[in-house]
Design a protein around this ligand. Structure first.
Ligand SMILES: NC(=O)c1ccc[n+]([C@@H]2O[C@H](COP(=O)([O-])OP(=O)(O)OC[C@H]3O[C@@H](n4cnc5c(N)ncnc54)[C@H](OP(=O)(O)O)[C@@H]3O)[C@@H](O)[C@H]2O)c1
Length: 267
């Protein structure tokens, strides 16, 4: 199948490109010949990745360090994408998790999560869209999560900000149906990245708590996302197992089981 966006066409703007799923989007899209604008807080990581991709694939790769919790940094990125007519991809991928009951977490965390997951995606999409529509074939990929479908204690902000991204992406996609811009909510399940390496996760959680069959590589997640984009699927859940889990979790008969799972996570 031909790709929805032809190889080499335009530039991909990727947030959270310093590791995990974002860095994998960068590698995959560079391999297809797209230019890159990479952003995240860790500049050395971004520079190393940009250097590697320039050398391996001969693409243009620009680095813009930014902390999406800071107004001035987000303003700068919004300005950077406004008016451009070469953005074929906007990948709103930056994100982080928290563990513990909402009432107990540090007050800065919910605010920062709203900014990184929701405000950044909304403002960057708004700024980039006119140029993307003018360009023709282009895509916005908002990296949500399976957690956006399943209410679970211990991550009230995470699940609800990711649910926002699903609703926002679906509605935006509908509004853009007469253009050549596609919008995808990418909903990965557990993925091997640095996401679960934060001190907060390490103190309370271990990857081995989750059965191996539920883990995916970042390469697999990105492959599934780009294939779903080619097939024009606006909500992309990574794999049959997760589609089944979501269907079961939405069944009222499963509520008691979910309540028990939630309780364990809130400790
Ligand atoms: N891994 C999973 O199991 C999983 C499952 C479902 C969904 N997701 C989602 O996938 C996305 C990517 O996460 P990942 O799994 O690839 O984890 P990761 O390896 O930890 O990558 C997260 C990225 O977000 C960036 N980021 C975090 N806070 C930021 C901030 N304040 N400003 C700018 N950038 C920031 C990080 O860069 P810096 O630290 O350099 O700023 C990093 O590049 C996230 O939205 C996450 O919610 C992950």
């Amino acid at each position: 199948m031909d790709h929805f966006i032809a190889g080499g066409a335009g530039t991909a703007f990727i947030t959270g490109a310093s590791s995990g799923i974002g860095a994998t989007f960068a590698r995959t899209l560079a391999e297809r010949g797209h230019g890159l604008i990479l952003t995240a807080r860790r500049e050395e990581r971004l520079q190393a990745l940009a250097g590697e991709l320039r050398e391996r694939f001969g693409v243009h790769a620009e680095v813009v360090p930014a902390d999406l919790t800071r107004d001035t940094d987000l303003d700068r990125l919004v300005e950077l994408v406004s008016g451009r007519e070469d953005l074929s991809y906007l990948v709103n991928n930056a994100g982080f998790g928290t563990m513990g009951r909402f009432v107990d977490i540090d007050a800065a965390k919910p605010r920062n999560m709203l900014r990184v997951h929701c405000e950044a995606a909304v403002r960057l999409s708004h700024a980039a869209l006119p140029g993307m529509i003018a360009l023709g074939r282009a895509a916005i990929i908002n990296v949500s999560s399976v957690a956006g479908f399943v209410a679970a204690g211990g991550s009230a902000m995470y699940g609800s900000t990711k649910a926002f991204l699903i609703a926002f992406s679906e509605a935006l996609g509908l509004e853009l149906r007469d253009t050549e811009v596609r919008v995808q909510a990418l909903c990965p399940g557990f993925t091997y990245t640095e996401f679960h390496d934060s001190p907060e996760f390490k103190a309370r959680w271990d990857r081995s708590d989750i059965p191996k069959m539920l883990w995916l590589s970042a390469e697999r997640v990105v492959h599934i996302s780009l294939r779903a984009l080619d097939r024009n699927r606006p909500v992309c859940v990574t794999g049959f197992r997760y589609r089944l889990i979501i269907a079961l979790a939405r069944n009222p008969l499963m509520r008691p089981l979910l309540r028990r799972f939630s309780k364990r996570r809130e400790r």
